[in-house]
Design a protein around this ligand. Structure first.
Ligand code: THU
Length: 160
């Protein structure tokens, strides 16, 4: 028997960057610009993240790879940990992520990895406040997700 439960979430697809409101365009543009600082000699996949804080600050991050592979870090966590270091008491409002590759066109908006989703989710729990994601590839399309933690149902958050 038991009971069937459903988990679902909705997200908004903008066909073009131009459809975004000005503040979101600025944030996505910061993420796109940040890809220039990606250090990704192994994957050639250049990711930029731009985190908007509630105090108006924008903190950027890029993926930083290393020859000892697990020592590298994704763009999203680079930005989130920099913000946690510089502004530990300020919640996020939105996180934009953009990607391009030296090997192929990135035709779909980039989708954050599981470890980054865990860190995003914990921020929402810490501040009891959700923040938006704006995901961008190279096609111009933007996906907007209202609540970052929606991307990681059943995340690990025990009372330790
Ligand atoms: N990567 C990110 O920085 N963010 C993502 O959302 C997806 C993946 C990085 C990790 C690695 O440096 C490269 O992109 C893919 O191998």
């Amino acid at each position: 028997m038991g009971k069937k439960k459903t988990y679902s979430f909705s997200y908004h697809v903008y066909q073009s960057f131009d459809e975004l409101r000005a503040a979101d365009q600025k944030l996505v543009k910061s993420a796109i610009d940040a890809t220039r600082n990606s250090y990704s000699p192994y994957s050639g996949f250049q990711v930029g993240a731009a985190l908007l804080l509630e105090n108006g600050q924008i903190i950027t991050g890029t993926n930083q790879e290393n020859t000892a592979f697990p020592s590298g870090l994704c763009a999203e966590r680079t930005a989130m940990f920099a913000a946690g270091n510089q502004f530990p008491d300020v919640p996020y409002t939105a996180l934009a992520v953009a990607a391009k590759s030296v090997k192929f066109p990135v035709t779909e908006p980039v989708q954050p990895c599981g470890a980054c989703r865990q860190v995003m989710s914990q921020h929402e729990i810490k501040f009891n406040k959700s923040f938006r994601l704006l995901l961008y590839g190279e096609s111009g399309e933007v996906w907007e997700i209202e609540k970052a933690s929606a991307l990681l149902p059943f995340s690990f958050h025990p009372k330790l």
